[in-house]
Design a protein around this ligand. Structure first.
Ligand code: UD1
Ligand code: UDP
Length: 372
């Protein structure tokens, strides 16, 4: 049987974390079964600052991209359009048997669209998530990507149910969450190698960790003010690695935010794991960081009006507070008083072997496709 060629399309920070786990699983499969997969990583260049991109490839040993399209930032149409044009060319040159996409960014959408129009099957990791808020660019990206993917690799049964309710049942698998694989693999490495706590002079358990980058918060001054006002009223130090989007929005206003808020540059993944693990609570509008809070048994206050990760809310581990100052303060006070429910389920997102399952499913899918 000939070697199967996979093109993995990534472009944004969370996709590097997810793809690292699956690339490792491809390498392991090849080691065990003889070379079966030739994975080529295509970086769209959506994220390009060294601390938003290169550090992840270096630290997580992600294979060097076959090509970096360097599309950079832009409006949704311009950014996605450039990616589409460039990806089409790459797919025509490389002729992959399958294109692997992750999550819900513009890189995800462009990868799916460019592939399906060339009749290349698409496998979507993190399929089936829904916020039911169509104003979120990510929601549109997910719906379109799911509707044209051949393999829908879901992290939860909730995601499987969402797809079923849209009439999608073929090619659907619950494989668990690859980000859990990543946390399990990297936490001890972080403990051994990260000196972020020393560098920032932080004691474990003595600070909250926050991230804010969601368009609905950064592009709405009243929401951003609602969040920062709440933060300023908290005595606990808050460490806030600033996404470049948020840094740009805050601009000159940065020096006006509360004295307990410590803004730092975006941190590499191992430092981030160390900060998460050592914090007392997480306040975030990130998707991935909500789950990382759960894996580190930390309360999470979500600075959004809804979440795709509803299991966390049902389990009492996560409170959805939007950008309302009082609601944020109330949720923090409640978690400080009561902590996390002792009876929270331990395995909401699978068993940490998601990447291996994805590779096994791809193997079977491509064998069947090759036989037909
Ligand atoms: C993107 C994803 C979002 C994901 C996030 C992860 C879309 C629509 N959104 O949002 O789902 O949660 O990545 O972090 O795909 N910028 C830089 N340097 C960089 C990257 C971005 O300065 O390396 C600045 C630019 O001003 C840019 C802005 O950040 O315009 C937004 O970047 P973009 O990639 O468009 O969206 P994110 O907010 O990062
Ligand atoms: N992350 C990181 N450094 C940071 C902020 C986040 O390594 O300064 C990691 C985080 O631990 C998680 C991923 O980036 O694994 C989440 O990315 P992000 O919040 O940008 O995107 P989202 O998950 O919301 O799409």
């Amino acid at each position: 049987m000939s070697i199967r060629r996979i093109v993995t399309v990534v472009g944004a920070r969370p996709q590097f974390v997810k793809a690292a786990a699956v690339s490792r699983a491809f390498a392991k499969f090849n080691e065990t079964c003889g070379k079966q997969f030739d994975e080529r990583i295509v970086h769209t260049g959506q994220h390009y600052d060294e601390n938003m991109s290169k550090v992840f490839f270096d630290e997580l040993n992600i294979p060097r991209p076959h090509v970096n399209l360097e599309v950079g930032s832009g409006s949704h149409g311009a950014q996605t359009g450039s990616m589409l044009e460039e990806l089409e060319q790459v797919f025509q040159d490389v002729q992959p048997d399958c294109v692997l996409i992750y999550g819900d960014t513009n890189s995800t959408l462009a990868g799916a669209l460019a592939a399906v129009k060339l009749h290349i099957p698409v496998a979507h990791v993190e399929a089936g998530l829904r916020s039911f808020n169509r104003k979120m660019p990510e929601e549109i990206n997910r719906i379109v990507a799911d509707s044209i993917s051949s393999l829908l690799l879901c992290p939860t049964n909730t995601a499987v149910r969402h797809l079923a309710s849209e009439g999608v049942t073929s090619g659907v698998h619950n494989v668990g969450d690859v980000m859990y694989d990543s946390v399990l693999f990297n936490t001890s490495l972080a403990e051994q190698s990260s000196d972020i706590l020393d560098r920032l002079g932080l004691e474990p358990g003595s600070f909250y960790l926050s991230t804010i980058h969601r368009a609905e918060n950064t592009d709405d001054p009243s929401r951003l003010a609602g969040i920062l006002d709440a933060f300023a009223q908290i005595e606990m130090p808050i460490v806030l690695p600033l996404h470049p989007r948020t840094r740009k929005t805050l601009g000159v206003g940065l020096d006006r935010i509360g004295g307990n808020i410590r803004t730092i540059e975006p941190v590499p993944y191992l430092d981030m794991l160390m900060l998460e693990k050592s914090s007392r609570m997480i306040l975030t509008d990130s998707g991935g960081v909500q789950k990382e809070a759960y894996w580190f048994s930390l309360p999470c206050v979500t600075l959004r009006d809804e979440t795709e990760w509803v299991e966390l809310v049902d389990a009492g581990c996560n409170r959805i507070v939007g950008a309302d100052t009082r609601a944020i303060l109330g949720a923090i006070a409640e978690f400080e008083a009561n902590g996390l429910p002792a009876d929270r389920p331990p395995d909401l997102y699978g068993d940490g072997h998601s990447a291996g399952k994805i590779v096994a499913i791809l193997n079977e899918f491509l064998q069947t496709a090759g036989a037909n």
